[in-house]
Design a protein around this ligand. Structure first.
Ligand code: SAM
Length: 268
């Protein structure tokens, strides 16, 4: 049997289409999302509806954002789902999630994300952290590891710092390749993200925080004396109380924020 055709649809690699078919994994994801009537639920990349259908059974309305025109069309005409769904055909990376806020109800966002664009999509979603109650995403396991990594580990990088800046992040379950059609070449995992409250976020400019991370991790094997040389002199680094011999992976989230705020206060 052709592994690429599922429920009459040929999977499109360019859209990162790997369709979930394992019902026990789908049940666990739905339990983690815990949908209820009245919730402001949003799914990114509903595809053929593997998660959409069981979530829709537990609630009265669901918004979905799907890039593939054929799949969006299928959902608009879905025999059981159509009444409960608002389908936006388009790119979730361009989508204004704040536009979905009604009655001040924060969003519960979920999705089995297209792995080829998962990192930029996560960064786009972080911008809406104030509008979101929680997020549950299926991602490449490797990406989940990076998101929850602690300093002094190889996996700790810009994605760890920015994820943990905006959210409390917890892995939920590991998912092997055979749970999808077609099976991806990599292991997957589901992560739960709970955005922090604005008073917990201390960066004066997230743009500068992101720039500091980019510079520091771009040359992660170098000491911060060298990797941060475009932003800070060795003297300035020492004045911040940091050892010049440290590497980016040795700095905590709070230290990244401290560096970014110093640059904001002194170099803007
Ligand atoms: N949710 C389905 C499932 O679990 O079987 C499909 C998951 S599949 C890994 C990713 C889905 O995201 C596909 O339906 C794909 O067409 C859609 N997609 C890809 N890029 C997208 C984007 N930029 N914005 C919205 N949807 C996208």
């Amino acid at each position: 049997m052709n592994d690429k055709v599922h429920l009459g649809h040929r999977a499109r690699k360019r859209f990162g289409q790997n369709f979930l078919h394992d019902t026990s994994i789908i049940d666990k994801i739905v339990t983690a999302i815990d949908p209820k009537p009245g919730d402001n639920l949003v799914e990114i990349g509903p595809g053929l509806g593997a998660i959409t259908e069981p979530v829709a059974e537990l609630t009265d309305h669901l918004t979905v954002v799907e890039l593939d025109k054929d799949l969006a069309h299928r959902l608009i005409h879905h025999p059981f789902l159509a009444d409960k769904l608002t389908v936006h055909q388009g790119d979730a990376m361009q989508f204004d999630f704040a536009s979905l806020i009604n009655d001040e109800r924060k969003l519960k966002v979920f999705g089995n994300l297209p792995y080829n664009v998962s990192t930029p999509l996560l960064f786009h979603l972080f911008e809406f952290y104030q509008n979101i109650e929680h997020m549950h995403f299926m991602l490449q396991k490797e990406v989940v590891k990076r998101m929850v990594a602690s300093p002094d580990s190889k996996a700790f990088g810009r994605l760890s710092v920015m994820t943990q800046y905006y959210c409390h992040a917890m892995p939920v379950i590991d998912v092997p390749p055979e749970c999808f059609k077609p099976a991806p070449k990599v292991d997957s995992a589901v992560i739960r993200l709970i955005p922090k409250s604005p008073d917990q976020l201390k960066a004066k400019s997230t743009k500068i925080l992101n720039t500091v991370c980019l510079e520091a991790f771009n040359q992660r094997r170098k000491t911060i004396r060298n990797s941060l040389s475009n932003l800070l002199t060795p003297e300035e680094i020492e004045n911040l109380g940091l050892d010049l011999k440290l590497r980016a992976e040795n700095l905590s989230l709070d230290t990244f924020v401290k560096i970014a705020n110093w640059i904001y206060d002194n170099k803007q």
